[in-house]
Design a protein around this ligand. Structure first.
Ligand code: ADP
Length: 303
């Protein structure tokens, strides 16, 4: 089983022809409501592929909470630790224009209340899992508590340092089995340039030198670069696809990687599978709506 300790958001997407001026009201031709948040996205991808997923997260006491819980249930995710919180759920008003450019506002809401005590409350269930998956859309103290629980209980931890947050503690990062930034996050975290593959490799190495076991850097259409604890480096290419919408590709990658790694797939093969799964997700519109089930994914890979 996989324990995802992280965020959930409701995406409120307005499709606009232009941004309104200050004080102006305009009409938008379309609107969509979607379930998102990095934690929830990764949980949904892993669950659709067939993993048992325990979600530890907080929702508000508003209309969105029921929708989020229902989405988890529809995706077969264990909601025992989807905890109610007074106030608003995490929401993301998003504006997408006719050129597919987006402007996003994140209101973290209940995600900001997910606490180290919540991790403790779920400790027995989390300790029974074979992987803990974390991102940075919840308080850093909670992420740290989850990393410590993982080391205490002997459960490997995957940390996706997204969005890049100041103050990540390298001693705790060293406790993570898998550290999975994208190029931008890697640059912000290490303070090093990451515009060329060579620079990415140097920055990823600097993480491993600081004790991180497997540094896995996602490179968009270029796939992924791994530097493992022995300093061995590997680049896994992704599948060439016609990209329609790359939103949530990183989360698809992590959900699939977590699924593979907990089903005894060797690390390098897991990277190849996760690349293919994420590549498939960019061929469809939306975030979770573009995540394939195990059957859909096999059909796509074979077709
Ligand atoms: P993020 O979504 O966090 O910005 P990336 O852009 O690095 O992350 O994408 C994550 C993964 O999604 C990549 O490692 C790759 O496997 C896949 N991916 C992203 N964009 C494309 C693309 N245009 N074509 C094929 N695969 C892609």
């Amino acid at each position: 089983d996989i324990a995802v300790i992280g965020s959930n958001m409701v995406d409120l997407i307005s499709y606009i022809t232009r941004m309104p001026e200050e004080g102006e009201t305009i009409e938008a031709p379309d609107f969509a409501l979607g379930c998102g948040g990095k934690g929830a996205n990764q949980a949904v991808a892993a669950s659709r592929l067939g993993s048992e997923v325990l979600m530890v997260t907080r929702v508000g006491d508003d209309l969105f909470a029921a929708n989020t819980v229902r989405n988890f249930e529809l995706n077969g995710i264990d909601t025992t630790f989807v905890l109610p919180t007074p106030g608003t759920s995490g929401v993301a008003p998003i504006f997408v224009d006719e050129q597919s450019r987006n402007s996003i506002i994140i209101v973290k809401g209940a995600n900001g209340a997910l606490s180290p005590d919540d991790v403790e409350a779920a400790a027995a269930e989390i300790a029974r899992c074979s992987l803990i998956v974390l991102q940075l859309e919840i308080p850093l103290a909670t992420v740290n508590a989850a990393i410590e629980l993982g080391s205490r209980a002997g459960v490997p931890v995957l940390l996706n340092p997204a969005p890049a947050t100041e103050g990540l503690d390298y001693e705790r990062v060293a406790l993570c089995e898998y550290f999975v930034p994208n190029e931008t996050e890697l640059a912000i975290l290490t303070g090093l340039p990451t515009s060329t593959l060579e620079e990415v490799s140097i920055a990823a190495r600097s993480l491993v030198e600081r004790g991180c076991r497997n540094g896995i850097v996602t490179l968009g259409s270029k796939g992924v670069l791994l530097v493992d604890a022995e300093g061995e480096e590997l680049i896994a290419q992704t599948t060439a696809v016609e990209a329609v919408d790359t939103t949530g590709a990183g989360d698809a990658f992590i959900g699939c990687f977590a699924h593979e790694i907990t089903h005894a797939t060797p690390l390098r093969d897991a990277l190849v599978r996760a690349n293919a799964y994420a590549a498939h997700s960019v061929t469809g519109r939306g975030t979770q709506s573009s995540y394939a089930t195990a059957d859909e994914f096999s059909a796509w890979v074979e077709g």
